[in-house]
Design a protein around this ligand. Sequence first.
Ligand SMILES: [Zn+2]
Length: 645
Amino acid sequence: MKMIPMKQDELIRLNSTISKPISGMTPPENLTVSEWADKKRRLSPESSAEPGPWRTTRTPYLRDIMDAFSDAKVRRIVFVSSSQSGKSEFENNVIGYIIDEDPGSILFIHPHTGDAKEYSKLRIAPMIRDCPSLRSKVADPKSRISENTILQKSYPGGLLSMCGSTEAHSLASKPIRYVIGDERDRWATSAGKEGDPWKLAMARQITFYNSKAIEVSTPTIKGASAIESSYLEGTMERWNVECPHCGNYHDIKFSDIRYEYVTEVIQQKKHYAVTKIWYICPGCGCISTEREIKKQPAKWVAENPNAYQRGVRSFWLNSFVSPWATWESTILEYLYAIGSAEKLQVVYNTRFGELWENRGDLEDEESVMARREEYPADAELPDGVIVLTAGVDTQDDRLEYEVVGHGRFGETWGIESGILIGRPDSDEVWNDLDNAVIDRVFRFEGGVGLKVSLTFVDEGGHFTHEVRQQCRDRILKKVFAVVGSNKFNAPYTSPPRTQKIVINKKMIGYCYRYDIGVSAGKQIIMDNLRVQTPGAKYCHFPKRDDYGHSFFSQLLSEHLTYDPKLKQPWVWKKIPGHERNERLDCRNYALAAFKALPVDLDAIARRLHEAREGKPSEGVATTPKAKTKGRGGGEAAFERFYDDW
Ligand SMILES: [Zn+2]
């Protein structure tokens, strides 16, 4: 059986990175922005932790972004970035380059006038002071002949004007060759009554055949992010790091970073210390350290390289590759933010460089994940579990499953969640499912075990009849095909019905299939996830990799929406950014299986108790666990309680 680690999402990563140099059209006598910066830029002590000469090698991911500016083919650059990755220095280098190498007027727009003033004082003025070539061109604002102010700097061939996004009058006047927008996502949606400030600024560039526009921002909220929309119009490049083990390139994501930490409560306040951090490659599953990852070769990989032909390059960067932001500091910030949506949004935007989403009254995935607990070290089942069911989701190239333990009063335990690679029309993947789930004995401490009492397998997708056939072959093991109904009022489960099995146009028999009201199931799952204390309806999850970030991201991937225009206005929809939801489906089928199971929990619990106290009842597996480590095979197992319908 092949197990692969679950991935947060599987972006189609095009290997066709835009190969360097794409600046072939730049006349050779001109410097690129990175060359200019390496030659002439000095970092100022006010704004940099590392004052002195600029070195592009320190932040290699900025090289392509800077040089896109000196590429004649590129008219627009979009840079989405976490904090502490050097995005302001990118803007500064471009401004220095313009003044020094390719002068023209610049409109540099910030969210508010105050931001523009602060930026000018803290970053622009010191840059001009510390770079001799700029100092000689930009007149000193203190000198009597100077026209320069905080918000305006003149130089031969142009004028740098800085303003806030609300100042319509500055946006709608003179023509401008270069427009730079800082913190785009924090701009006013309208400049006074004049409308979208970005459009106003772009309108001023029309007269220039060689105009350039730059948008830079930390991302904010999903569905309401201007920089996200702009990013989608460009080449959509992500900084991919080569895995030291398999050689594949991956975007470093928080969901692939694992950590351990200790908590100490001092004066009723929680304090955290991270004790161990490692990275798991989503391709090969091998482990690397932060040091190793930050030293590896890396490159921009474009998801939409064709946008280069339209002159738009867009880049998205998080803080995990920044030389200044340690992973430990990011993890700590995240730990301290758990429980507060506001603080988590800041961590998502400024550290993970990811969009935040508003979930209404749904539990957020971090809070649920933070509730994970240690299960007994050498057993698969925690106390409290009485019955096991499984849900299997069918995809074209794999089966995904979850085994769920059920206790009294709707309390549940996530027992195991996994992926089996293989097409659903091959026997091999079904044999893997037998070994991993259906025939396996899951054991309590002490060795008594349970088998899965009922398994529901989704027959939706491209292999409906193959799934039916495989389920029919396993009817004695209580494996059934199910079909989900999205009708809002459909009952969660209804009695099974006979269905034909037709393979290669040949009718080969019949099977039973259950209809599942998936909306009802989703509501139960979301309601139960809101329960905060162990007991009735509480959902337990183990502190393990198969219940990691991606599990919870998928489990909480949908929310109930209301659209009065629809005949049935209540609809469960995927939350943007949560394209995968297999974990939610698996959980839904496993819960439906429990619902369909006519069991007397008290009776089973009694017998289970006797078995564990050493008075074995018939049918309860009591093989000592030492002998049965690993996957259970054909041992006597806990009898199935499910009689034929
Ligand atoms: Zn790898």
